[in-house]
Design a protein around this ligand. Structure first.
Ligand code: CIR
Length: 279
């Protein structure tokens, strides 16, 4: 079950994934992993939200996968893997850019080896592994229309940033890749994403000295901060359900806005983008 957002204001910009205006191509496939029964043993800083409900999480995961299928994507769902309670957050172990699959190494020790089990499913891509000191989570990597922002966080370091930049430049030599030291949220994309070219949506909890002056920044009210992790999929923008201000802002810039309820994943610090790898 997912929700169409009412467009309450005129839509003045369409998202332009798959056009020459955006670095990323039209997505045709997505890779996901079903949450394991022990997923509540994963890392979280949100214990105050209560323990997640496994059955509801599975329903929300199913709805998410169906919503991607409804956008025309072929969705592969891998079986649960109890070795990794955070293993369904498949966005973190890989960054995919055209034919490149950059294998991340998380700054969180419990998540360091998650990528190995995803690797065979990305074998058609050119896999690049970073040097041992490089740490990075895919949740810290934001592809904007004309640049890539790489969060420097508890999970991702400068060595990780440099390794990723080199790998991205092996695909597109003039790609702009900026480091973005930040604090206040787990991953960069937990607190900052680009719903439409030149427009950023931000959780006010995110603190950074990085100059965002090149974009128009939409600041969400604190109570809707987690809706800053929006997920553009071709002509559709996915946002967290039940966030009216975020929905209104997104509808101003995007043709089709869909709300997805991920309440059980939010309890484990998960946002929209982290549940799939789209390529
Ligand atoms: C973690 O702390 O790593 C997981 N519990 C949540 C990861 C969410 N990933 C993401 O936002 N990209």
């Amino acid at each position: 079950m997912y929700f169409a957002c009412e467009a309450v204001l005129p839509r003045v910009f369409l998202h332009s994934f798959g056009s020459s205006m955006h670095l990323l191509p039209t997505f045709t496939r997505a890779l996901m992993r079903r949450p394991a029964a022990n997923f509540a043993e994963g890392l979280t800083s949100s214990a105050h939200l209560g323990a997640p409900d496994y059955d509801l999480a599975l329903q929300q995961h199913d709805a998410y996968a169906q919503a991607l299928r409804d956008c025309g994507l072929e969705v592969t769902i891998l079986p649960p893997d109890e070795r990794f309670p955070d293993g369904h957050f498949v966005e973190d172990p890989f960054v995919i850019f055209r034919d490149l699959a950059f294998q991340c190494r998380s700054g969180a020790p419990s998540r360091e080896n998650e990528g190995e089990s995803l690797k065979p499913h990305l074998a058609h891509l050119r896999t690049v592994e970073p040097p041992p000191a490089a740490r990075i989570d895919g949740g810290d990597v934001l592809f904007c229309a004309d640049r890539v922002l790489v969060g420097i966080s508890g999970r991702s370091n400068f060595a990780g940033f440099k390794a990723l930049r080199a790998a991205l430049r092996s695909v597109k030599s003039d790609i702009r890749v900026d480091p973005v030291p930040f604090s206040g949220v787990l991953h960069l994309k937990s607190g900052l994403t680009e719903p439409a070219p030149g427009f950023l949506i931000r959780d006010p909890a995110l603190q950074t000295e990085y100059d965002l002056g090149w974009a128009q920044v939409i600041d969400l009210p604190p109570e809707e901060g987690y809706a800053a992790d929006v997920m553009p999929v071709n002509d559709t923008l996915f946002i967290a359900a039940n966030c009216p201000k975020a929905c209104e802002a997104a509808s101003r810039h995007c043709e089709r806005v869909i709300g997805l309820d991920l309440s059980e994943f939010v309890k484990m610090d998960g946002g929209l983008t982290c549940l799939s790898l789209r390529y």
